[in-house]
Design a protein around this ligand. Structure first.
Ligand SMILES: Cc1ncc(C[n+]2csc(CCOP(=O)(O)OP(=O)(O)O)c2C)c(N)n1
Ligand SMILES: [Mg+2]
Length: 807
């Protein structure tokens, strides 16, 4: 295997270059390009012959990526997409063997370090973390943030990766973080296809980086198509650099440097990248490099042929302008190499790639082969004349290149078929399968969270302390004191969002803190929720501790794609190779109007597995959760109660240190008749209802679950049901939203079903969003009256004599 070392020598240092050195570098670049092309050609064959499910390749985009690789230094970052294999090979970010391991979905993280077989091919990622979840030294390696498949989805994160350099450069208090930056000199390289620049997040990110003035270098690989759809449907004037011209910086303005270069012109590409990245790195000016006249020799992916949608002329043009063909012609014309020499390079590349591909395939199959042989043997042993079992064993034995699915499925089928004939041999197979379950779960289901040494579950629980002098303050002041203490404690913390800086957020949680800690740490942003989250992801991936504020929970929808696709999947899709300990702060539940009172918890629960979801009932609980989260390394969303900032709470003397553990529910009122489970703002209503219910002799036990993900790990809800046998879930989401999730947790996971003596009840909001005004709220969200009446009706059902019907 060629090492990254050999590749790094291709960086240009023109000052000391002889013509022979230069020739050697160019020829080696050519080698990388043709090897990459061979990988694309062979990769496609592997899919078409059924050895892999789907393939998408970087053919036609090799040469510009060589140029980009030359200026990509250790400590730099990439946020790109599925066309970047040549860049990955040229920088050592990936190897051809790893490329094939990923194509085959090899789940062994050593063979496929980017995603451990979890992502489709050509989804690149480097490993930022040690096995215990701690950071490696990221200044010593070339970094690729983990790709995602959504077109343009990399752009939001790219803003944050670039913004980190700005913080490291401008905030001297961060100098001690030697593993992440050398004076903020790192460039964040983005790549994107021409068609994907049509996505909103591209324009949002583009503008944000222009405002922020960060070292972000975007390359657009422009092959004039997005699958079958040509540029005329994609881009105004069919020319992205033309329409972005207004972003060009001018004397005395901020903005971009914009470059345009043809994708087959190797010397022009090298020169352009050198120039562009110099200004980007040294002056922190974002740059756009529009790489035009790029081709796609095999079409978009293995899903179909491009001959369906490209005309004859275009196909002929693409053949002629294939960047490798052009590079070859130029090398011969410029006496860099002879035709024969290049023929030799091409021949060697073919052979080499074929060898590496075979190795990757064999390694992928090796462990499965062992499992296959074991299962065939065990089923044969237990068959003992049973034809059904013999058939299963024979079928598995004859399956050529069996996948794990076939092996395990055969084992499970054999266990089912022999259910009525227990034997020693059957027990052996069952034992084998049970022992393997953990191994398979580790391979395919593990690391939704990093679960490392900084897991929030390892943060010690410290109770809030009060004394006689403890003051009663507005809820917002409790939070403010918590943030203040944490910002003083940890220089890595930064907070940003709309109206967060100068005025300290719309509810004053950060009031006065910008003046104290500086604009570099507590910062206003434009109205751009997707890239506020992306900004946080990129910063968190580079060792900082961002708090990204989404002004109201209702606006989370604008950021949900970035949260769901990127942040929530990051640990899982890299098998804990990368992490982004980002805290999203928002506020929601009770206020008024269709866009200011939402509680879309079902959406959040459905789309954000991979985040902790905290729903504190007041600001003290919120502060305790922040204290836990700031001391650990997993991402979380904290939803504060919109109507709680002005309610009085007692200030703990250890407001910056006490912790509220995640997943710990709390009984906030004991009772005997009904267990009422809720969270957030509705708890105050439930407490109010409890008082009136007491007058009827109905005693409810109120449980605050505190976090929805994870959910009540000690199973307080089920314990409570042992006493009450009645369950009411009160929730502000739509019917069947979060309340359905809560029921599933209590009835199924906690086995609460067996403890009920009447049907479990939910009380949710209406299916529409709440109308404006207090009356709108009353008729759309669960009210105190609703809670009392539902609880009363449950008692009426149990004992109609004692609790006669109200209506
Ligand atoms: C959000 C989203 N929409 C649609 C797709 C399906 N899709 C995958 S690639 C692609 C075309 C992208 O074209 P372009 O950005 O020009 O990149 P190219 O493949 O041409 O290099 C589309 C529509 C997707 N992956 N994600
Ligand atoms: Mg394209």
């Amino acid at each position: 295997m060629r090492s990254a070392e050999n590749v790094v020598s291709n960086e240009i240092d023109a000052s000391e270059l002889s013509f022979d050195d230069f020739k050697a570098i160019v020829i080696d670049d050519y080698r990388i390009a043709v090897e990459s092309r061979q990988a694309s050609l062979l990769g496609r064959k592997e899919v078409l012959t059924g050895k892999a499910k789907f393939g998408i390749f970087g053919d036609g985009k090799e040469v510009p990526q060589l140029a980009m690789a030359k200026v990509f230094k250790k400590g730099d970052w990439r946020a790109g997409y599925y066309r970047d294999q040549t860049f990955a090979f040229a920088t050592g970010i990936s190897t051809i063997k790893e490329f094939f391991a990923q194509l085959y979905a090899n789940p062994d993280v050593d063979a496929e370090p980017a995603t451990a077989g979890r992502q489709m091919n050509s989804h690149f990622a480097t490993r930022s973390l040690n096995d215990d979840g701690s950071w490696k030294n990221l200044t010593e390696v070339k970094n690729s943030s983990a790709d995602i498949s959504t077109t343009g989805g990399q752009m939001a994160r790219l803003v944050g990766l670039a913004y980190a350099s700005k913080l490291y450069k401008q905030n001297k208090e961060l100098d001690y973080l030697k593993n992440f930056s050398v004076n903020g000199n790192e460039v964040a390289f983005g790549t994107i296809g021409n068609a994907s620049t049509s996505e909103g997040v591209f324009f949002e990110a583009f503008n944000a980086a222009g405002v922020l003035q960060v070292p972000m270098a975007i390359s657009v690989w422009d092959d004039a198509y997005g699958i079958s759809v040509p540029a005329k449907y994609q881009t105004t004037k069919e020319n992205i650099s033309e329409i972005l011209k207004g972003f060009q910086r001018e004397e005395g303005t901020n903005g971009y440097e914009i470059f345009k270069v043809r994708g087959w012109d190797y010397p022009a590409l090298c020169e352009t990248y050198l120039k562009a990245i110099e200004v980007c790195r040294n002056e922190h000016v974002p740059v756009l490099i529009h790489v035009t006249e790029v081709t796609q020799p095999q079409g978009h992916s293995t899903s179909g042929s491009h001959e369906r949608y490209k005309g004859k002329d275009r196909l002929a043009w693409e053949k002629e302008h294939d960047c490798i063909v052009k590079m070859r012609d130029w090398m011969i014309e410029s006496a860099i190499a002879t035709k024969e020499q290049l023929d030799g390079v091409e021949e060697a590349a073919k052979k080499y790639v074929r060898e590496v591909q075979r190795e990757a395939w064999n390694e992928f199959l090796d462990t499965i082969k062992q499992e296959q042989a074991d299962v065939v043997r065990m089923i044969s042993n237990m068959a003992n004349g049973n034809p059904a079992l013999s058939k299963i064993a024979a079928q598995l034995a004859s399956t050529h290149d069996a996948l794990r699915k076939e092996v395990v499925s055969a084992a499970r089928k054999a266990i089912r078929q022999s259910v009525k004939s227990p034997s020693e041999d059957r027990s052996v197979l069952i034992k084998w399968y049970e022992a393997k379950t953990d191994f398979y779960a580790e391979l395919y289901n593990s690391k939704l969270f990093t679960d490392g040494i900084e897991s929030p579950f390892k943060v010690p629980h410290i109770a809030a302390k009060y004394n006689e002098q403890s003051k009663m303050l507005d809820g917002r002041e409790i939070l403010n004191a918590c943030f203040d203490a944490n910002f003083a404690r940890d220089a890595r913390l930064v907070a940003f969002g709309e109206d967060l800086g100068a005025i300290g957020d719309v509810n004053q949680g950060f009031a006065g803190l910008q003046a104290k800690y500086g604009e570099i740490r507590i910062t206003d942003t434009g109205i751009r929720e997707s890239t506020i989250v992306g900004q946080g992801i990129g910063l968190a991936m580079r060792g900082l501790r961002p708090i990204a504020e989404i002004q109201y929970l209702d606006y989370l929808l604008y950021a949900i794609t970035v949260l769901s696709d990127d942040l929530a999947t990051l640990s899982y899709r890299t098998k804990a190779g990368q992490k982004a300990p980002l805290i999203i702060r928002s506020r929601g539940h009770r206020l008024e109007g269709i866009w200011h009172s939402g509680s879309p918890m079902g959406m959040i629960l459905g789309s954000l597995r991979g985040l902790h979801i905290c729903v504190p009932r007041n600001m003290t609980q919120a502060a305790g959760m922040y204290n836990t989260l700031f001391r650990s390394d997993e991402p979380a969303l904290v939803i504060e109660c919109l109507n709680g900032y002005r309610l009085k709470e007692k200030l703990p003397e250890n407001v910056g240190e006490f912790t509220v553990p995640l997943g710990k529910a709390e009984i906030i009122k004991e009772g005997t008749h009904i267990t009422v489970v809720s969270y957030g703002s509705t708890l105050r209503l439930v407490e109010e209802a409890a008082e009136e219910l007491d007058n009827f002799g109905i005693s409810i036990e109120i449980i605050d679950v505190q976090t929805l993900l994870p959910f009540d790990l000690d199973q307080l809800c089920a314990h409570s049901l042992q006493k009450t046998n009645k369950l009411l879930v009160v929730d502000e989401d739509v019917p069947g939203g979060a309340s359905a999730y809560i029921l599933q947790q209590i009835l199924e996971v906690q086995k609460g079903y067996y403890l009920l003596d009447s049907k479990p009840q939910t009380l949710a909001a209406k299916a529409h969003r709440p109308p404006y005004g207090s009356d709108g709220d009353y008729f759309a969200k669960p009210s105190v009256d609703d809670i009392i009446e539902v609880a009363y009706a449950m008692m009426n059902e149990a004992n109609p004599d004692r609790y006669p019907k109200l209506y």
